[in-house]
Design a binder for this molecule. Sequence first.
Ligand code: PMP
Length: 350
Amino acid sequence: MNGYWSRLARKLEPYVPGEQPGDGTYIKLNTNENPYGPSPKVLEAVRRAVDESLRLYPDPSCDAFISAVSARYGVKKDQVFAGNGSDEVLAFSFMAFFDPDRPIVFPDITYSFYPVYATLFGLNYVTVPLDSEFKIRPEQMRSSGGVVIANPNAPTGRALPLSEIRSILDGNPGAVVIVDEAYVDFGGQSAIGLIDEYPNLLVVHTFSKSRALAGMRIGLAFGDSGLIRALESVKNSFNSYTLDRLALAAGTAALEDDEYYKGTSRKVIETREWFTAELRKRDFSVTDSSANFVFASHSRVRAEELYHRLRDNRILVRYFKKPLIDNHLRISIGTDEDMRTVIEVLDRIL
Ligand code: PMP
């Protein structure tokens, strides 16, 4: 910080993303990426998009991509918003729907970008404790200012059934409820089917997890057309071209290869179930995950020590040195071979 920083810049506490080591010799299980690559059809579409047309701006309305989303999810085009990763979609949503004089609520343990956006946009927030089993308490998620939840939640992996999402929506008719479904394809129930019924529901998706396109930065929001118009208005006051030509080509092609992604998601789920059982045999307590990661704590060895020892063995996992979760590791699900290696290394450490 120096004397040139704005008052805003001075008070920020930025999000710290998981490490992206450049040398490729790690088993990388720290940012919930997909161990399987994108569909071959996506790679082909991106290659085809690399031509002289890159001199032109991309379509600011993302029309072809949004048409493909609309067909895939059975929603109207005016119920869809596209952005540069779901982080950006979330940031625009905080700007579009929340005001400083009405605090928003989110769980005390959740995606750590939510408080960062709140601070960036000068919003106030209240956190609601999870129960002792790391479950969101739907009846306490109440605010006239807005509600944000991740379902499945991060970093716990626990999911709420749709009936409990409904009860949150019914309890907050006057405020926007954002349901961040970054991990829904690994075992959650999506609330997209509720957007016609609840004009205050915004469902946020990403192509970074089940669709294996974290490197392309593609996110979506689904909601009533009234909400989508607010997001468009914020976006067009910020940057008209948030999705580039290659991302639009990749996203559109990804929607046309559901079979491929169903297969890789199924594989990740199978590996997660095997890995969870192996951890439990070794005295880890592991939450029931509906995501592409597990959240685990050992009965004797502290998570921070395990994190360092795994790292010494070229395995990267995520450790959050934060109250309530500072004895847990979040471990992304890799290939079967990756996870067998983790178990072997844990056996040596323990
Ligand atoms: N929401 C949650 C709950 C996440 O864990 C992540 C990934 N870190 C995101 C949103 C953002 O994903 P992306 O910006 O890659 O779409």
